[in-house]
Write a protein that binds this ligand. Structure first.
Ligand SMILES: [Zn+2]
Ligand SMILES: [Zn+2]
Length: 178
């Protein structure tokens, strides 16, 4: 959060209250992505939005011209009151957004590590059973496949977030070169 105090309790983009306890994403991913979906940004005009919704709006509205606009010192406006958002403040928001993305990525990394540990252990157990001529049940295999699939899903989400971080960093980098 960049500034304290805001006029609204609902994000105008997703129409969700800021203190919503239920987030509209796949329940198994809520733990990892909650920061991304619940962190807010308050502009100088006191209008508040979910930071993720706000960035999505900016990307959609300003498309490829965003960089040009920033470079030329053109103005990005508050989606609600059209008050200008200064370039410096906008970069502050991007910095905050990167922080939020990184927090989720850290959680994802830890979970993936745990998944992989469990997968390795499970495989070793299977190998032992095999050597000892003990039966491996369909259930055992199914559990292993589920674990592998879940781990793979999380890796995909993580890569997607990583991509977003890199993209945002490149915007900041290019504009600070000028
Ligand atoms: Zn929202
Ligand atoms: Zn405003």
């Amino acid at each position: 959060m960049l500034e304290q105090g805001h006029d609204d309790d609902i994000c105008i983009f997703c129409i969700e209250p800021f203190d919503a306890t239920e987030i509209d994403i796949e329940p198994e991913y809520v733990d990892y992505l909650s920061e991304i979906y619940t962190s807010t940004v308050t502009l100088k005009c006191k209008h508040t939005f979910h930071i993720n919704c706000f960035i999505k709006y900016i990307c959609h509205n300003y498309k490829t011209t965003l960089l040009n606009k920033l470079v030329n010192g053109e103005i990005i406006n508050c989606p609600t009151c059209r008050n200008p958002i200064t370039r410096m403040f906008f970069f502050k928001i991007l910095k905050e957004y990167i922080k939020v993305l990184k927090a989720s990525n850290k959680k994802l990394s830890n979970r993936i590590k745990n998944y992989n540990k469990t997968i390795t252990i499970t495989k070793i157990q299977h190998r032992f059973k095999n050597v000892l001529n003990k039966p491996i049940y369909l259930e055992d295999l199914r559990n292993l496949y589920t674990l592998q699939k879940q781990s793979k899903d999380l890796v995909c989400i993580k890569e997607n977030i990583r991509y977003r971080i890199d993209l945002i960093k490149s915007i900041r980098f290019e504009s600070s070169m000028l």
